[in-house]
Write a protein that binds this ligand. Sequence first.
Ligand SMILES: Nc1ncnc2c1ncn2[C@@H]1O[C@H](COP(=O)(O)OP(=O)(O)O)[C@@H](O)[C@H]1O
Ligand SMILES: O=C(CO)[C@@H](O)[C@H](O)COP(=O)(O)O
Length: 578
Amino acid sequence: MASDSPLYIGFDLSTQQLKGLVVNSDLKVVHAAKFDFDADSKGFPIKKGVLNNEAEHEVFAPVALWLQALDGVLETLRKEGLDFRRVKGISGAGQQHGSVYWGQNAESLLRNLDSSKSLEEQLEGAFSHPYSPNWQDSSTQNECDEFDAALGDRKHLAQATGSKAHHRFTGPQILRFTRKHPDVYKKTSRISLVSSFLASLFLGHIAPFDISDVCGMNLWNIKKGAYDEGLIQLCSGAFGVEDLKQKLGEVPEDGGLHLGSVHAYFVERFGFSPDCTVIPATGDNPATILALPLLPSDAMVSLGTSTTFLMSTPSYKPDPATHFFNHPTTPGLYMFMLCYKNGGLAREHVRDAINESLKDTPAQPWANFDKVALQTAPLGQQSPTDPMKMGLFFPRHEIVPNIPKGQWRFTYDANTGNLKETTDGWNSPQDEARAIIESQLLSCRLRSRDLTENPGGGLPSQPRRVYLVGGGSKNKAIAKIAGEILGGVEGVYSLDVGDNACALGAAYKAVWGIERQPGQTFEDLIGQRWNEAEFIEKIADGYQKGIFEQYGQAVEGFEKMELQVLQQVAEKGDGDDY
Ligand SMILES: Nc1ncnc2c1ncn2[C@@H]1O[C@H](COP(=O)(O)OP(=O)(O)O)[C@@H](O)[C@H]1O
Ligand SMILES: O=C(CO)[C@@H](O)[C@H](O)COP(=O)(O)O
């Protein structure tokens, strides 16, 4: 490629880090930079990127931390030799649901950014509230109950907005904010999502919400393509409805819209070209499905801090147990998602317990976990007549299903249907390496089985391919077990960019936004330039006759087990009944 050919940046503002990935028009990565919040930030007493107020089940992140991170990532890209003049488009991905509360002076501070100062130095005062509620927050049970009731019940809420009420969704979070901080809410001029916050910094004024990420608020009626009036009314609490609408702003439909040119601050400080254009940033999960030309018969599992299961689909089949969002680029398609709070951090607990029990912390901290997981028989069954071992491992209050933190171990006899809560026969923590991977993936199989297609050839319904992305996609033991449980006619694949998939999807969104022909879809443009042999790698077999069916039986036991635990926690007055 010519040395002055165009480049595009995708940012990923996630729970634990900010990443920036630069690609060219051929979709190849040419630069990558990362700012790890715990390791690289200064002055914030955070752990794993967040702060906790356990008494109120609050989890939140300092907004100034993200400013420091953006200063840091841009500096690293400069040091890496990125020629910012070549960057024609910027887009991004933000952890979903988090909200940023701007003060009265926000627009003026953004407009007058001074290129001799860092963003952190001059924007710290732009917020009415210094923190952004994080997706791991579970402080909004009362507000969720009100949202679920607002349209009749949770089924109707899911029908309208794509999801039942969830603690982390921005509508319930805003409603709680109006109650906990009424004076601050009054002084708030605008509310951004993490994605639109990121775009706002580059634009130098407050950017609108993205058409996909807006679906993570419990406020947007997906079929009507508009805010739901009743839900906005509820969310505004004791304050005005029109005032809330103004705080939220308009939502343009086109995910490739040219929002405007990058602010002069970036031109002067980093040497961006004045015609570099900002394209709407989306949520981190919607961005992840843009990291490749995903077919409706494919599934993606993102093994990050959270575990998410993602599909792109033309069917809108909302259900209180799952999520539907608008597709970030393509009208008529939707994104199906399952989101588990107990993803990477829960697996790390088991990993650490195993290392501790073996009194061995290897240089590759996952080595023992992987070895033990692969040595353990599927479902801990030494012989087909043994009962299956299965459990739930939730160091944090889980979302899917809504169960407080705790651990439960069961055995299940698939022949008799007998399910028993017991630790008999369990060798902990060793048995838990395989059991925690199985537990997370059986839940995905259970909840996605109505969306998978029959591939023909006498094979059972399953995805065509399973793509693993996120930090955990490096793990070959997880990949092997994913193929055994989820299947995949063509196998299990990982992306060459591994844990940078969502930044990559954001960068591809910028390429599409700038280079598309009139009417050209994202899938068409990316599909034409996609180099399969170079960009993805098959890392495990998918469907294997016998074991897939064995896990099919386990899914039945798993469903029963969840229902039993849900009933137990409901009797104790914890969690809820879904
Ligand atoms: N080899 C590995 N095996 C399993 N999990 C891993 C491995 N390497 C990293 N991880 C997990 O990846 C997670 C971070 O993933 P990443 O996608 O970068 O995070 P985020 O969700 O913040 O974007 C960590 O929580 C860690 O547990
Ligand atoms: O809440 C959700 C999705 O609904 C999470 O998936 C967040 O979007 C954060 O993700 P990671 O930081 O783990 O990537």
